[in-house]
Ligand binder design. Structure first.
Ligand SMILES: [Zn+2]
Length: 332
């Protein structure tokens, strides 16, 4: 059977914040059992995107259906992007003994300013808060849905690392990986890449929605990864701040590598070049996380491995940029 494709509409950014609006993305639909399901209004919906569901259209209003499709679409895109980078299926951590149970997305979870990945419940719980018309929904955020799905992916690739609850550096790396997944997933889409190049004038070191994670939901504790945070200066007990040492370093590599490639290639299609560059760096990150055998990760270990992978791919320029960025942050 051929892979079925479907174009769906998602928000490139939360509708409460964005001038980006809804954009079309092209999804490949799973051939067999769907790895992700949506739980909403007491229903567990198995294959939201494939068939017409009178029971769903009767049950949910248009706005809810938009939310469900966005949430489901971004989560599935995140998983499929990771699988494409690794060249193999990603098996959720709870399926390691041969089961085939889906990840469950809860788009309208509790009233709270938060979102969670809960391994024990196989769940991504996306909360909502505030009073209409200013109510905010985590499920409408590209960043938050991608970030929480990335937690499930990280757990699938390195379940023991995921469970290192008291190791602050392991916790920071996990958060950094999830934030970087948001950036890489965003740049895997043509229309979103175009948008970023337009608003930054093709200079990724400029501030943009690309590097502000969850801006719509967390205005008071916004996380911008386009910053220089040094390993020996950061407060390591604050995992999100600590995570920016790693995510910020990787973002700087992306920005510098793109700048280098732009100057070298003199292309008239910078969008395709950015998609390619971003994909190369994402692949190195995913391969490093997926293949590492140490019982716990450190930033220095991962950076050294990534630079090594870049050399294996015959890319000394990228290896040099990785080292340079993390020497500046005093990680290596
Ligand atoms: Zn997180």
């Amino acid at each position: 059977m051929n892979n079925q494709r479907k174009i769906i509409k998602i928000w490139g950014q939360d509708p409460a914040e964005s001038d980006l609006g809804m954009v079309n993305v092209d999804l490949t639909l799973p051939k067999e059992k769907w790895p992700i399901e949506v739980c909403c209004g007491g229903k567990q919906i198995k294959n939201l995107l494939t068939v017409s569901h009178p029971e769903i259209t009767d049950f949910f209003n248009t706005e809810q259906l938009k939310d469900l499709i966005h949430t489901y679409g971004v989560s599935l895109m995140m998983l499929q992007y990771g699988e494409k980078l690794l060249g193999k299926a990603i098996k959720w951590s709870w399926n390691r003994k041969g089961e085939n149970l889906p990840l469950l997305l809860y788009p309208y979870y509790d009233e709270d300013i938060n979102a969670y990945y809960v391994k024990e419940e196989r769940a991504v719980q996306l909360c909502k808060y505030g009073i209409p018309p200013y109510k905010k929904y985590a499920c409408r955020s590209f960043d938050i849905v991608a970030h929480e799905t990335a937690h499930a992916i990280y757990d699938a690739l390195q379940p023991a690392w995921h469970d290192l609850k008291t190791d602050t550096e392991a916790g920071a790396i996990k958060e950094a990986f999830c934030d970087l997944c948001v950036v890489f997933l965003f740049l895997s889409q043509l229309v979103l890449c175009n948008y970023i190049l337009k608003v930054t004038g093709s200079d990724l070191s400029k501030k943009s929605v690309l590097t502000t994670i969850g801006e719509e939901f967390y205005q008071n504790r916004l996380r911008d990864i386009n910053v220089l945070v040094k390993y020996d200066e950061v407060n390591k007990s604050r995992k999100y701040e600590f995570s920016v040492v790693f995510s910020g370093g990787m973002y700087e590599v992306l920005a510098n590598y793109f700048q280098y490639a732009l100057e070298k290639n003199k292309t008239n299609n910078p969008t395709m070049l950015l998609m390619k560059i971003s994909g190369e760096l994402a692949k190195i990150l995913f391969f490093t996380i997926a293949n590492e055998k140490e019982v716990k990760p450190t930033m220095a270990l991962l950076i050294t491995q990534m630079a090594g992978f870049a050399m294996d791919y015959d890319n000394p320029i990228l290896a040099g940029l990785i080292k340079e960025s993390f020497i500046r942050r005093r990680v290596i």
